[in-house]
Each structure stands twice: as C-alpha cells, then as structure tokens.
Design a protein around this ligand. Structure first.
Ligand SMILES: [Zn+2]
Length: 167
C-alpha cells in the first residue's frame, strides 16, 4: 500500500477525517498533496504489488511539471503504465525526488553533482524557527532545478525554510 501524507481511508474516499483536515489547516500538507494521494489510492487498485513499498511524502508544483518527494519512488519511473496513469491524472509530467536515508544523505543526492560544503542552522526571531542555510560548491548550471525551485523542494525535504548559497 502506498504511504501518503493523508490516511488511506481519506485517500480512498476523498473525504478528509479530523486529523487530515488539521494537517491541511496547519499547512503540513496542501491541496496538491491530497490530490496526488487520491491518485495513488486509485492506481494502487491495479498495481498493488508494484507500489507496495512506495511512500509519497509531499509534492511541489513547478512550471509545467510536478515534483514528487518519495521513498522507493523510482519504481514509478521504471513502470511506464503507472507513470502514464499518474501523469494523466495530474495532467502534468512528473519528476521524482527520492528520499534515501537521512536528510543529509537525501540532500547530497539531490544537489549532486554539486558538493555540500556546509549546512548551517539559523534561528530566526521571534519564534526561533530554524532556517537552513546550505552552501554548495560547483557549477550552478549542473543543478537539477532552478535555484528558487531547489530551495522550495529542499524545504519539503527538511521541513524547514532553506536558503541556498553557491560558492
Ligand atoms: Zn485522514
């Protein structure tokens, strides 16, 4: 069964329970995440076996495509039928950002071929929220996404606001 940011029951019925509604209200998830969770609930009726270990965490809309943050999501790219189905449901091409291991490991794959020089935690007043400042070295042209998009996807990965600097 695909793990989604809303519970399975909500993904199947499309009606949100109290807990999922609260996640939405607190902006832990958004409407796009719900839409994609529902698409997964539909497609796993046909591809239960292929999708059994997939976790879908969050989605991010870019110009003309949707980025899915997943665990074991590469199976989506390997199976054309699943990919076609999802893309037709979302009416947009899909890009996969795979979470592997901890946040640091995920970042180093996400930013490759650029290297991470350091990740600083900055405490932002007044609430002391943590913002990450990630310093990369290398050629920014080699990055997978434009810088602004990269910061937004990095925010989904770390759950903190992210500022990226390139040396
Ligand atoms: Zn729910």
């Amino acid at each position: 069964m695909v793990n989604t940011p809303i519970c399975n029951f909500c993904a199947k019925t499309g009606v949100l329970c109290k807990k999922c509604k609260q996640k939405l209200r607190k902006k832990k998830i958004n409407q796009l995440d719900i839409e994609i969770s529902k698409a997964f609930a539909k497609i796993e009726l046909r591809y239960a076996k292929q999708l059994q270990n997939v976790t879908f965490e969050r989605a991010h809309k870019m110009n003309g495509s949707v980025v899915l943050l997943t665990r074991n999501g590469n199976v989506l790219l390997e199976n054309q039928e699943i990919l076609d189905y999802l893309e037709s449901e979302l009416r947009q091409p899909i890009e996969i950002v795979e979470r592997k291991g901890d946040t640091r490991t995920t970042f180093s794959q996400f930013f490759a071929p650029l290297d991470i020089i350091e990740i600083d935690q900055i405490f932002v007043p007044p609430e002391g929220d943590v913002e990450l400042r990630i310093t990369l070295s290398g050629n920014p042209d080699d990055l997978r996404f434009p810088l602004k998009q990269l910061e937004q996807i990095a925010k989904l990965i770390s759950k903190n606001p992210v500022r990226i600097e390139i040396q």
